[in-house]
Write a protein that binds this ligand. Structure first.
Ligand code: 5AD
Ligand code: FES
Length: 346
């Protein structure tokens, strides 16, 4: 029965919530699920892997999400903020390493006014790269201003589509606002990335199925999934960790239902499994986002413990990941890897 569902998903790219739940519950079909997602990835996205260099430029955040180490109430973390010209400098180096996309990520830090961001974004665009922002919730006008400065893409995970759970874990934030942001970004013509945490305390299998259907409903262009990893400096320190295999299953199902979207093999997956990113690349993923932040800042951007590559340099990471990608018969893309919609109904 569940094997049939995988076949249906591989051919039709469609499953009901009930069917998704059945597949998420049944662990006897995991290998078939991962192979099917790998075939769909190959058919629609080919063997190229796109690298996105991520600059974690500030760990200051006004929000207080219960799972996140950057939360405002965390007094155990040393805060930093890179100046605009330091960010530009890191981006320049990333271009030198061959990256065609730079992702600028930070906590929700008010220091980066529209003017400062416009300066950074427009300078980065002169390098001929795609610019992705991941700065949290902003107003329509702010998103518009970044777009006009040249930003191409925006990442904002929904984190979970379970409204009650979201509002409990992200105190002071509203699920409706999150969805408004994602809609605004689409309206403004961004390529929109979203995604979820897998294994949050209180999260159900049904809500994971809803997450997958939500990504399809909003026509997301990029979907990042990673296990929740409890952080000792947060109120969720005693909670159970998310499960690597379950994250991989959600990711594989996303590939089956959304065949032509970009899907990263996430850092959090590699934190739970030494081969995590390679396994993800062989189960539906086609993107890796190596860190291009330098020095101690890598450690200080402590969303969760055990983050990989904290003692490595950007130069080392690009070599390392390129080697891993080649070792599984895939290639590193030389293009920007924007999402191109394909006919998925044949
Ligand atoms: N474990 C795993 N991922 C986390 N993130 C935040 N905290 C954690 C954690 N404890 C993820 C969120 C956020 C992204 C930048 O990092 O999904 O959107
Ligand atoms: Fe950073 Fe391998 S990607 S050390």
């Amino acid at each position: 029965m569940t094997l049939q569902l995988i076949k249906k998903a591989e051919e039709k790219h469609s499953l009901t919530k009930e069917e998704l739940v059945l597949l998420l519950q049944d662990n006897s079909i995991n290998e078939e699920l991962f192979s099917a997602a790998d075939r769909v990835r190959k058919k629609y996205m080919g063997d190229e892997v796109h690298l996105r260099g991520i600059i974690e430029f500030s760990n200051k955040c006004k929000q207080d999400c219960l799972y996140c180490g950057l939360r405002a109430s965390n007094k155990n973390i040393e805060r930093y903020r890179l100046m605009p010209d330091e960010i530009i400098d890191l981006a320049k180096k990333a271009v030198g390493y061959g990256y065609k996309t730079v992702v600028m990520q930070s906590g929700e830090d008010a220091y980066y006014t529209v003017e400062r961001l416009q300066y950074i974004i427009s300078t980065l665009k002169e390098f001929g790269i795609a610019v992705t922002l991941s700065l949290g919730e902003k107003t329509f006008e702010e998103y518009k201003a970044y777009k006009e400065a040249g930003a191409d893409r925006y990442l904002l995970r929904i984190e979970t589509t379970d409204k009650e759970l979201y509002e409990q874990l992200d105190p002071g934030m509203f699920h409706e606002d999150r969805k408004r942001c994602l809609r605004d970004l689409k309206t403004l013509g961004y390529e929109v990335g979203t995604g979820s945490l897998v294994g949050l305390p209180g999260q159900t299998i049904e809500s994971l199925a809803d997450d997958i259907l939500f990504f399809k409903e909003i026509d997301a262009d990029m979907i990042g999934l990673g296990p929740f990893i409890p952080n000792d400096d947060t109120p969720l320190k005693g909670a159970a960790s998310g499960d690597f295999t379950m994250s991989l299953k959600v990711m594989a199902l996303v590939r089956l239902l959304l065949p032509d979207v970009n899907i990263p093999a996430t850092t959090a997956m590699e934190t739970l499994n030494k081969q995590g990113r390679i396994i993800a690349l062989q189960s539906g993923a086609n993107i890796v986002m190596p860190n291009v932040t330098e020095g101690d800042y890598r450690k200080m951007y402590a969303l969760y413990p055990g983050k990989i590559c904290v003692n490595d340099t950007p130069g080392h990471c690009v070599q390392c990941i390129t080697g891993k990608i080649k070792s599984i018969g895939r290639t590193v893309s030389k293009s920007k890897g924007s999402r191109t919609k394909k006919n998925t109904s044949e």
